[in-house]
Design a binder for this molecule. Sequence first.
Ligand SMILES: NC(=O)c1ccc[n+]([C@@H]2O[C@H](COP(=O)([O-])OP(=O)(O)OC[C@H]3O[C@@H](n4cnc5c(N)ncnc54)[C@H](O)[C@@H]3O)[C@@H](O)[C@H]2O)c1
Length: 416
Amino acid sequence: MRIAVFGLGFVGLTTALGFADKGFTVCGYDINKERCAEISCGKVPFFEPGMDDALARNFGKAFTIADSAIDAAYKSDICFFCVGTPGLPDGSADLSYMLFAIDSVLEIVSKDCVLVVKSTIPPGTLNERVTPHVRAKGVYNPVAVNPEFLREGKCWEDFMNPDRIVCGVSDDTAKDVLAELYKPFSAPLHIVEPNTAEFIKYLSNSLLASLISYSNEMALLADAVGDIDTARAFRILHEDRRLAGAGINTYIYPGCGYGGYCLPKDTAALDAVARNRGFIPRILEGVISLNNEMPERTARKIARVAGEKTEKIGILGLSFKPGSDDVRDSPAAKIIAALIQEGYINIYTYDPLAMREFQNTYRLPITYCTSAQEVCETCDTVALVTAWEEFKGIDRVFPDTCFVDCRYFLGNEVVI
Ligand SMILES: NC(=O)c1ccc[n+]([C@@H]2O[C@H](COP(=O)([O-])OP(=O)(O)OC[C@H]3O[C@@H](n4cnc5c(N)ncnc54)[C@H](O)[C@@H]3O)[C@@H](O)[C@H]2O)c1
């Protein structure tokens, strides 16, 4: 089976290499020529363990890159669209990149080629927007949706060993092709209606966001009461037999708000879908508004400790989560911007992986240090904003520094 993949970002490149590793012939295309050139030189454009090896194993063999969308789609049995679906100002998903990518292949695809949207699209989108858009152009190919659940920092591991595979189809051709494609994966394959498939993805992301906002609200409540060891309280909560050992615990923990490419835009898009249909999602609304407040609240907490505007403030961690160099919608950027707005002009930062990406993306007037140690030696107040393992215990190395532990992550717990 010949597969074409459009968009070679976190999801697209992982998808392309994953299917290539499973023995399929895959041709990828990205509109960003620099990205294509980088991948063609054997370099994965972002930090993802396992992907460099997968690229080295497959490039020029099972996986190639085309110079145009038409070349990539030529003679394909299936086209995966993995382009971005960012948020519009009203929160709804911007489908323009995806529709443009689909349009770019319509004139060339053979009539049985299955067009599969792997990007995250809100419930109702395939049936109400994508399929009518394609049909209006006189194209009657099978159209399907196949949401992706991989986590950044674990893209390869999650794609190759998924816990579930969800495909939303409306016809037998799409169903048969996707069932054949996913045969080499040992995960439950759920073939459902398109709306259900789309909804499952948002069900997952809005639950994760809700757990984070719940935890943040509880931590703020604990602050209001006072004399509560919040970090310890949460760790003891995790011992509940119903939660113990579950990966979900990493989401049931306070911090400075969820960020990254997915949770903020996906919660906003689901909220927009609900409102457009006349339903007010009260819990989701609270989850989003609390999250929107978190960077400002965190900046105020840091400013209270720092005091004078001339104080040097250190920010440890710039990526939206540890183990990734992705800085999209990173809480660190919003916290730093809020501090600058407040008049703090001496800000020193360090991140083990994301410095270059952060610098290129945000262009903030801050100083980039070469190590966490340098930040702590320079600043009297240091805020820990991303919970990188290597920052653990730094408070013991610099006992005279005031640490603002925005991730409830420093300090020793004594279990008696
Ligand atoms: N990042 C994640 O962890 C994750 C997880 C699950 C689902 N998703 C969803 O997958 C989709 C892609 O996310 P991502 O993080 O991989 O995005 P990304 O920004 O890393 O990659 C998107 C790529 O698409 C390319 N592109 C845009 N228009 C194109 C076109 N017309 N033809 C070819 N390429 C084009 C861009 O240049 C870019 O390289 C989004 O809908 C996202 O919500 C992301």
